[in-house]
Design a protein around this ligand. Structure first.
Ligand SMILES: Cc1cc2nc3c(=O)[nH]c(=O)nc-3n(C[C@H](O)[C@H](O)[C@H](O)COP(=O)(O)OP(=O)(O)OC[C@H]3O[C@@H](n4cnc5c(N)ncnc54)[C@H](O)[C@@H]3O)c2cc1C
Length: 284
């Protein structure tokens, strides 16, 4: 449980961090909250030569609400849970933050660390997919934005290049009539999502005008259940329509299997969790 030795630098700016990453992308690791990286180092699953602490970089901090919503990558789970302005506009951040781990983890862990790490059972990936967020990345060649649904590539693998930093998450301002829900079946030991479902939809006179469903935990990466979302457009949230959408989401999921939950069981959970999340919104 003792990490291999490494050098440690506290970056003073984004440019400083990118400059250091550029020198040795494969031998360097960024550290944000450290709640995933430090155990990884202690288990020697990673042995970087250099650790860059990004905790002082102002540009990576804060929640800004304007024409769109900008969430800095260093924003902690606890800050997302506690933000009243965010709760009023996008209550899914409160719903999700409340289900992540315990106060100690929530006080240190960051949304950027969670997204960059891309644990298939992490909660935020489903949320950013359902919100059709864009992730802002910065590297030696400048900045770019990647749609959340394209960011997650595979287990612990994202569109981030080794010399890039995740700067912020940009979320479109929700339209009138928007409703949100995050639900998960927690792993009893870790609290991570065995299956987690994030839903963002718009209701106009009880008819769904927009819908997006993000699913985590079930497969190797968070994904958008597009067929299920499309099935809801122009329909009411009747039991029949909800059942049809939940079945489509489950059919799309190529599920993981482990000693806790088989692929078949996860497929079943996708159906029941999408059903329950939509049913809870039919009553709003
Ligand atoms: C006991 C425990 C329970 C947990 N339960 C849950 C849970 O229920 N749900 C859940 O979703 N998560 C859970 N987590 C994970 C927790 O949310 C972590 O904090 C999170 O996954 C990583 O965030 P971090 O800020 O600690 O990242 P770090 O550990 O600092 O970094 C993680 C990885 O991301 C990279 N990275 C970090 N920030 C950036 C950035 N801005 N740009 C590019 N790369 C970056 C690092 O280089 C590293 O590879 C749990 C963790 C623990 C220890």
């Amino acid at each position: 449980m003792i990490p291999a030795s490494f050098d440690y630098v506290r970056a003073t700016s984004l440019a400083h961090a990118i400059g250091l990453l550029r020198e040795d992308p494969d031998g360097t690791k960024l550290v944000a909250g450290g709640h995933t990286l430090i155990p990884t180092l202690k288990l020697r699953l990673a042995s970087p030569a250099l650790l860059i602490d990004i905790g002082d970089i102002e540009e990576l901090k804060g929640i800004e609400i304007a024409d769109s919503i900008r969430i800095g990558a260093l924003t902690t789970h606890a800050e997302l849970l506690a933000s009243e302005p965010l709760r009023k506009l996008l209550p899914i951040f409160h719903q999700t933050g409340d289900l992540i781990a315990d106060p100690q983890v929530r006080n240190r862990g960051t949304i950027g660390g969670s997204l960059a790490n891309a644990d298939p059972a992490a909660d935020w990936p489903a949320v950013v997919v359902a919100l059709r967020a864009e992730l802002e990345l910065a590297g030696p060649n400048g900045r770019k934005r990647v749609a959340a649904k394209d960011f997650f590539v595979d287990i612990m693998t994202t569109a981030l290049k080794p010399e890039e930093v995740l700067v912020a998450i940009h979320v479109p301002r929700p339209a009138a009539g928007a409703h949100f829900r995050y639900r998960k079946i927690r792993h009893p030991a870790s609290g991570y999502a065995v299956v987690g479902v994030a839903i963002a939809l718009c209701l106009q006179d009880n008819i769904v005008s927009e819908a997006a469903i993000g699913i985590t935990g079930a497969t190797g990466r968070a994904f958008a259940a597009d067929a299920a979302s499309a099935r809801l457009i122009g329909k009411s949230l009747s039991s029949e329509n909800i059942e049809a959408a939940a079945s489509l989401a489950s059919e799309q999921a190529e599920c993981l299997s482990d000693h806790y939950a088989s692929a078949d069981y996860r497929k079943h959970l996708v159906k029941t969790e999408v059903f329950r999340a939509l049913a809870s919104l039919s009553a709003v």
